[in-house]
Design a protein around this ligand. Structure first.
Ligand code: NAD
Length: 515
């Protein structure tokens, strides 16, 4: 299905049809150092302009995106095989919404903040300043190739950095589209550069010593990048994989929970870092819930275009991971409730939506990220058991808890080791740009979105100001005769009930000795 790659060119292949859509020129490895030089020159100019001026460019970008929305959606859909509706709802909308959020909040979030100063630092004022880091390298994956590149890029830009994007080689058309959008929005030259290519290009740019690396992708690559970053002491954010549990209690709205499970597991053909990958259902409603799941799956349409619910898989290698997990589960006694065994799959990239039961906690289908349309369903008998099974993997990105008893749902949510938990819905926490986004355990390091997602692209600088009027400070030399006075000062200050008269007396005595 996939044509041979020509040297220097990245073929963009439609996973839905197998047809070649275009060839994108790869960035040669010898250009890494020149790209960084250009990015550094651009970053010094870009960081010099006010946030208000930077936001003018983001507003222009937003308006270009609104005008070009249909064509961007079609590019995303062609390049990934996902339905058009998913391209517009889950790739384009969150990007536009994050631009709005940044336009609304960044001036406040990035301005100098006054911080209270302790009495012991009498006469001084304290501030935090946010200084752009310089050049940010963004490395992005293929599953939401637009949103997961654009949101870090625009956050880093708003914070005053220039950006080099290394988009996924699996979806090179989207990388090209992003490059063109910034050109159309007339960003200053080299403020955003796109390095097209595969993992060699990603590795070369990682070694090129950016000032910050923002990586979204697999745990495996995240660890490689973190090793290189550690060698060069470069700060990173790693947004990695997930194996998100969904816990359904017997008292949940079961109709809603079944629809939510099917969408949560199968949207984007399950190629979502936060898709519901393990479904735990309270035993008393387990048979009924399974029946509901099968009915919901039965009404979905696979295909392309505006009417499709489920698209194709995007990356051929991912299909093999799904196959491997399913085969292992079947060999060990798992039962297919929907779908077919891999031996019956066709050659194309449309995989059947597969619900599997009779699985055990030690199977790959429960322990490893699937990133495909597979949903194992497991019964549980108690709240504790559900929490323990949900926490029983190396991942912790997102989770969901379903119950009408909000107290119980909140109690369970608090016990899950997870970057986010959604109650009576799935995935959606990512859509509130005001909430932090990121993973626990092997699902990642760091958080973005919200104020933290802008400030992380800055050096947080502590500033203390003194008027400079006094000749010296009390803790400066000479120390002669000061020890008993400091003893009095600190004892009067730190005791349960402060002794202000003693404090003032010892402070004035120290001042006198410091003239
Ligand atoms: P991947 O790790 O294979 O590739 C991601 C990016 O890293 C690509 O651009 C790739 O070219 C680049 N890359 C690969 N090797 C590299 C290296 N040695 N040095 C530098 N760059 C390198 O991941 P993928 O298959 O594109 O994406 C799927 C994975 O991403 C899944 O595990 C999924 O869970 C994860 N993901 C996480 C989030 C999140 O926000 N936590 C979101 C989406 C996807």
């Amino acid at each position: 299905m996939h044509s041979v790659k020509q040297p220097g060119l990245l073929p963009a292949i439609s996973p839905a049809t197998g047809k070649k859509l275009a060839d994108i020129k790869e960035t040669p490895l010898h250009q890494v150092s020149e790209s960084y030089s250009r990015a550094r020159r651009a970053s010094s100019k870009w960081s010099d302009i006010s946030i208000t001026a930077r936001l003018t460019y983001l507003k222009k970008l937003k308006s270009v995106m609104v005008d070009e929305m249909d064509s961007i959606a079609r590019t995303i859909s062609d390049d990934t095989g996902k339905p058009l509706t998913e391209a517009i709802v889950a790739d384009i909308m969150p990007t536009l919404d994050s631009i709005d959020h940044i336009i609304k909040h960044s001036e406040k979030d990035l301005r100098r903040q006054k911080i209270s100063t302790p009495v012991l630092l009498f006469g001084k004022k304290s501030f935090i300043e946010y200084m752009p880091r310089g050049v940010v390298l963004v490395i992005s994956p293929w599953n939401y190739p637009f949103q997961l590149a654009m949101v870090p890029i625009i956050s880093a830009l708003a914070a005053g950095n220039s950006v080099i994007l290394k988009p996924s080689e699996v979806t090179p058309l989207v990388g090209k589209c992003i490059e063109e959008l910034f050109a159309q929005a007339e960003f200053p030259q080299n403020t955003v550069q796109v390095a097209h290519g595969g993992k060699e290009v990603g590795a070369a740019f990682t070694k090129g010593k950016p000032d910050y690396i923002f990586f979204t992708g697999s745990v495996r690559t995240g660890k490689i990048i973190q090793e290189q970053a550690a060698r060069d002491l470069i700060p990173t954010t790693l947004e990695l994989g997930g194996k998100d549990p969904m816990i359904v209690f017997a008292d949940a709205n079961l109709e809603r929970a079944a629809k939510g499970a099917v969408w949560g597991a199968f949207t984007n053909s399950g190629q979502v870092c936060m898709s519901a990958e393990r479904l735990y259902v309270e035993r008393s409603v387990y048979p009924e819930f399974l029946q509901r799941l099968k009915e919901e799956v039965g009404i979905l349409r696979q295909g392309t275009g505006e009417e499709a619910d489920i698209g194709s898989m995007t990356f051929p290698a991912q299909r093999e991971i799904v196959r491997g997990q399913l085969e292992e589960a079947i060999q060990n006694g798992a039962v297919l409730e929907t779908g077919t065994s891999p031996a019956e799959w066709g050659d194309d990239m449309f995989l059947p939506l597969t619900i599997v039961t009779n699985v055990t906690q030690d199977m790959k289908i429960i322990q490893e990220e699937t990133f495909g349309p597979l949903l194992p369903v497991v019964p549980f008998d108690s709240e504790d058991e559900a929490v323990s099974m949900a926490n029983g993997t190396v991942f912790g990105l997102n989770a969901s808890v379903w119950s009408r008893d909000m107290e119980k749902a909140r109690r369970v949510a608090s016990q899950l080791v997870s970057g986010a938990v959604v109650i009576n819905d799935v995935i959606i926490s990512v859509a509130n740009h005001g909430l932090p986004f990121g993973g626990a355990k092997e699902s990642g390091i760091g958080r973005y979105h919200g104020s933290g997602g802008l400030r992380m692209f800055c050096h947080e600088k502590a500033i203390v100001e003194d008027t400079g009027k006094n000749a010296a400070e009390i803790q400066w030399y000479p120390y002669r005769g000061k020890y008993p006075l400091f003893l009095q000062l600190f004892q009067s200050y730190f005791k349960e009930k402060r002794d202000w008269p003693k404090f003032v007396k010892s402070y004035l005595a120290l001042l006198k000795r410091s003239k």
